[in-house]
Design a protein around this ligand. Structure first.
Ligand code: ZN
Length: 323
């Protein structure tokens, strides 16, 4: 279908991006509706590329459709074009009712031109989602939000806070991290409130080829699990995911968040990957006050290796699935 993204991920200063709809394949009138979003953060092109690859495999007959409908949507088009996380505000923090009402009001009252860049993106996304859901009232709804991190390391899932989403997420051989409940206004939260069984997958480091592979294999696994495509045994997709998540516990909980602001001049020490074991007292970073020491033993999670962010790092610890 549209291949512009793949050929321009690296190199040029500005990326050509696909249209809002990356793909839309209806296999049958029955079966689930799977909505995927890639590039909700503009410096995270891997989810876009993974969706394009799945779409191309379907179009070339390499994987054949059985049931349902898959739609992949582009997140922050203008930020993707500039290869930045966002232009003026984080598009993944705008999905609270008050802010959704603001864009709806702008549409009704002719105020769209006055909206911030991400509010315009949000409005387009909102309209896409409303149109799709109006057409597809009877299908079971699944939503996967494809992201990546500034640090290297294993892919992981952040699951929506619903029993259906939790049991669905455990079907895939990827660690699930819980305890990020403080994040407000995510698209995940919005889609869950609309009845979707949902999770976020962080596929790995933003520009790593392994991240594209992880997200592509996850999408394949999801479609196989939902019996949307004809792949028989999904052993090979699961094997790839297992090798990328090698040695990381399956369930982890956040025990610490190191919040930062721009004034802190936070700089992470190089070399930390997601889920690396760290010790209490270990110097993990520096800031305006000097060394930043690790407050307790644990596994480091999402250490910040990009300019923008409000979280320097997190600590996670494994927990028993029975608890
Ligand atoms: Zn992201």
């Amino acid at each position: 279908m549209r291949r512009e993204c793949e050929i321009s991920i690296q190199g040029s200063t500005e990326m050509q991006v696909p249209e809002r709809f990356i793909c839309d394949h209806t296999f049958s009138a029955d079966g689930p509706l799977l909505i995927c979003v890639g590039g909700l953060h503009g410096n995270e092109p891997a989810g876009v590329e993974a969706s394009l690859r799945i779409s191309q495999a379907i179009e070339l007959g390499k994987i054949t459709g059985l049931r349902g409908r898959i739609i992949s949507i582009l997140g922050n088009r203008s930020a993707l074009r500039q290869k930045v996380r966002f232009i003026s505000t984080d598009l993944n923090r705008l999905w609270i009712p008050q802010k959704v009402n603001k864009i709806k009001d702008a549409l009704i009252n002719g105020g769209v031109k006055t909206l911030e860049p991400e509010e315009k993106e949000q409005l387009e996304l909102y309209q896409c989602l409303e149109d799709i859901l109006a057409q597809e009232k009877d299908r079971e709804l699944y939503f996967i939000d494809l992201h990546s991190t500034s640090s290297h390391g294993s892919p992981f899932i952040i699951c929506a806070d619903s029993p259906e989403s939790k049991s669905f997420a455990t079907m895939f051989p990827i660690p699930i991290v819980s305890g990020l409940g403080a994040l407000v206004g995510t698209l995940l939260e919005h889609m869950t409130s609309l009845g979707a069984t949902s999770f976020v997958c962080e596929g790995g480091q933003h520009d790593s080829n392994e991240t594209i592979i992880a997200l592509e294999q996850l999408l394949l696994s999801v479609m196989l699990k939902l019996r949307m495509i004809n792949g028989g045994e999904d052993a090979s997709a699961r094997e790839v995911l297992r090798s990328l998540t090698n040695g990381v516990p399956r369930r982890l909980h956040i025990t610490y968040r190191h919040a930062i602001t721009e004034k802190d001049q936070f700089r992470m020490k190089p070399g930390y990957r997601n889920f690396t074991a760290v010790k209490q007292g270990e110097v993990l970073a520096t800031d305006a006050q000097g060394d930043v020491s690790c407050p307790s033993d644990g596994l480091i999670f999402m250490p910040l290796y990009q300019a923008r962010g409000e979280d320097g790092f997190f600590l996670v610890t494994p927990f028993d699935e029975a608890n």
